[in-house]
Design a binder for this molecule. Structure first.
Ligand SMILES: [Zn+2]
Length: 259
């Protein structure tokens, strides 16, 4: 994954992780889909309430020059026109779906806009990813701050002022600040209490059965075509790059199921 793609995916994964751990129960799943008109293509991230995360971008090897501030140009990669969709599967009959138009494609601004438009919640969303010259990720993280409805205007004002004076979240992480340390810098003057911690981890729950369903959903005609031209099929999970092979015999039995 090239730096600008890693930065874009890292920002969406970070915010997805924070939003998901805010949900109620362990089987709740949250997805964020960013569809911009930029060359990166779509960004898709899925996060569980217990902190398990996965995600991908359509074009991970996108390379773009730095923007005028010398930063990775996530806005250009994502595009400034398009949609950001949040899907919350809360185990109810229908999932909750909220969608807004992109504002800058930088993700942080777009998520703050999502909270305001879709959930009527004023929010500060800070997200940042630093990438090393060897393409490994040096620092990645973020924070979301949301006042309760009865919050004091004066306190909100002083937090806003504090945020403007703060270094970027990625440079705070690079300097070695923990999440608690960053909160202490931001909110230490306001009787900060840490109420919970959820570790985040990569986890892909793909399996052969699920991929079989994907193959079946192609339909009889398409499957017959694949079997006659290629004699087999190979599917690669977007999230973890696991390869799944389907032999001619297996395709034949899936075609029967498709019927
Ligand atoms: Zn997978």
């Amino acid at each position: 994954m090239y730096p600008v793609a890693a930065a874009a995916l890292g920002r969406v994964l970070t915010v997805a992780g924070m939003m998901a751990t805010d949900m109620k129960s362990i089987d709740n799943v949250l997805s964020i889909i960013v569809k911009g008109d930029g060359p990166l293509g779509n960004i898709v991230c899925v996060a569980r309430q217990d902190g398990a995360l996965k995600g991908y971008v359509n074009n991970p090897q996108l390379d773009l020059p730095l923007n005028h501030k010398g930063k990775l140009d996530v806005g250009k990669a994502v595009g400034r026109t398009g949609t950001l969709t949040v899907i919350k599967d809360l185990g109810l009959k229908e999932p909750y779906v909220g969608q807004v138009n992109l504002v800058t494609g930088e993700i942080g601004d777009d998520m703050a806009n999502y909270y305001w438009i879709s959930e009527q919640q004023p929010s500060v969303v800070a997200l940042g990813v630093l990438v090393n010259p060897d393409l490994s990720v040096r620092a990645s993280g973020g924070y979301i701050i949301q006042p309760l409805p009865e919050a004091d205007e004066e306190i909100i004002g002083s937090i806003e002022k504090k945020i403007k004076e703060m270094p970027s979240v990625s440079s705070l992480i690079e300097q070695g600040h923990s999440p608690e340390g960053i909160l202490e810098i931001l909110l230490g003057n306001f009787d900060l209490k840490i109420l919970g911690r959820t570790p985040l981890s990569f986890h892909c729950d793909c399996n052969r059965e699920r991929l079989e369903q994907v193959v079946i959903s192609l339909g009889k005609e398409e499957l017959t075509n694949i079997m006659e031209t290629d004699g087999q099929a190979e599917l690669i999970c977007h999230y973890c790059n696991t390869k799944y092979y389907f032999s001619r015999e297996e395709l034949a039995s899936l075609i029967e199921k498709a019927e």
